[in-house]
Design a binder for this molecule. Structure first.
Ligand SMILES: [Zn+2]
Length: 474
């Protein structure tokens, strides 16, 4: 029997506000243990939460960017459970009236198609603290307690590990483009749980789903899904039932293992948070946020393909990071040569500099743009340009200056090249005879000699032209 995997993702995004969601504590990442805490985020009796407006603003940005409907009224709820990192004994989240519902995200697939993944909801909540286990004692660090999160819940529209990975990357890119979070999986500012079930191919009814947690990289998410699909397939083929449970990914053993049977929503005894008013988002506020949305990666990619005639693959790489896309457009502005700019960035610059830190490189868009102009004007050859590029990377000098200091200007002047060609021809009378008798391959030898005598600085096109004239071809 053939099976089809059905997946939905719950993605937690840490919002980059300056202060926590319900108190004034800093959200700074590098603080000492329990430096960023107060009575509110440590759940002291009598303390009251106050909602951070900036967090709502950021959550709305994500909702609008993912085509969700922001509800005019949403309600915070208490999600009750007991765990040492949760000082109040409940997490303030949203339950039956989330901030936003019914959106979609478009993801690129490797077959160049675009797939629409529908979103169920986006809701706001607070993060919990962090348990730290020593050899004799365990500790709790509450710095993270009360950091604002949004949870983006997809519908079960994903069918493979590749789709899940691309979806997650799209969410990450969106968070970064919107500048509402770092989207860093390794640091936990982007976290993802996968709900996965199998069903016989062609069946409508969903199978029993398993939730996988604890994957802190894209590769782990993809590996965990691959593993889980195989595990469930084998169980179903052997006539076993899938148990609804939560499983953890173990990246050392490359497998998932059972953590606990899956809790149902009623286990959390959700009820409306009595200390917070229902959240009302004014339509006018949404209109303003809409006008502030930046051009997102996929739109940008489409525009690069259309306006600059770049390939899907090249433009896809350029829009990976907003700073890289901005860098590319700044180079184009400088040299007006999008294809060359794209080639230089993708083949030379990204070999030396990480895509996320091009804006910090010694080679600024001005450097690269001017280098491309020097090639286009014929001042330097493409080969010399690569050496200039290396020098720029080290010194940060502008290309014009390097070319002048090093004396690398390409020789295109007839008067300068003619005596050299004359000499080469004179030195090789036999080869000249052979060439003139029809051995066309000898031509390359003459070109090579001229380049050698000029240390590679002769303009190859000019050399070709003058040599042909000299050898009686024209
Ligand atoms: Zn606090």
């Amino acid at each position: 029997m053939n099976f089809e995997a059905v997946m939905g993702l719950e993605v937690h995004v840490q919002l980059k506000t300056k202060s926590k969601i319900f108190c004034r504590c800093s959200t700074h990442f590098d603080a000492r243990e329990n430096e960023n805490i107060c009575p509110v985020c440590t759940g002291m009796p009598g303390s009251l939460p106050v909602l951070n407006e900036e967090a709502v603003h950021m959550a709305c940005k994500m909702a609008l960017a993912t085509n969700c409907k922001v509800q005019s009224v949403s309600v915070f709820a208490r999600k009750n459970y007991f765990y040492p990192d949760l000082p109040k004994g409940y997490q303030i989240s949203q339950y039956d009236q989330p901030l936003a519902i019914d959106g979609w995200v478009e993801i690129p697939l490797s077959n160049k198609e675009i797939k629409k993944i529908r979103l169920e909801r986006i809701h706001m909540e607070e993060d919990a603290g962090k348990n730290v286990h020593g050899s004799h004692f365990s500790y709790v660090n509450f710095n993270r307690a009360g950091i604002p999160l949004i949870e983006v819940v997809s519908k079960p529209d994903l069918r493979s590990s590749e789709e899940a990975g691309n979806y997650l990357r799209s969410i990450q890119r969106m968070v970064r483009y919107l500048e509402i979070g770092d989207g860093n999986m390794e640091e936990g500012s982007l976290r993802c749980d996968v709900n996965i079930s199998l069903r016989p191919t062609g069946a409508e009814k969903l199978g029993t789903k398993v939730e996988i947690k604890n994957m802190n990289s894209f590769r782990f998410v993809e590996n965990a899904i691959e593993y889980e699909i195989e595990r469930q397939k084998e169980a179903l083929q052997n006539g076993q039932k899938i148990i609804q449970e939560t499983r953890l990914w173990d990246s050392n053993q490359n497998k998932t293992f059972s953590m606990r049977s899956k809790e149902e929503a009623h286990d959390y005894r959700y009820f409306p948070e009595p200390d917070l008013m229902p959240l009302e988002v004014a339509p006018k506020a949404l209109e303003i946020i809409k006008t502030q949305l930046p051009e997102l990666a996929l739109e940008k990619q489409k525009r690069f393909m259309r306006d600059y005639q770049l390939s899907q693959a090249d433009s896809g790489t350029l829009v990976q990071e907003k700073s890289l896309a901005d860098y590319f457009e700044a180079v184009v502005k400088e040299c007006q040569a999008p294809r060359l700019a794209s080639n230089w960035i993708l083949s030379e610059l990204l070999r030396e500099v990480e895509a996320s830190s091009v804006s910090k490189s010694k080679i600024t868009p001005k450097h690269l743009g001017q280098l491309i102009l020097l090639i286009q004007k014929g001042t330097i050859s493409g080969k010399i340009a690569k050496t200039v590029f290396e020098k720029m990377l080290q010194s940060g000098d502008l290309p014009q200056k390097i070319v002048e200091t090093e004396g690398w200007v390409q020789i295109s002047d007839d008067a300068e090249l003619e005596p050299i060609i004359e000499a080469v021809v004179k030195e090789n009378p036999n080869l000249v005879k052979a060439y003139q008798a029809g051995d066309a391959k000898k031509f390359g030898f003459f070109v090579g000699q001229v380049m050698k005598k000029t240390q590679g600085q002769a303009n190859p096109q000019k050399v070709n032209e003058l040599l042909k004239k000299k050898l009686g071809d024209v």
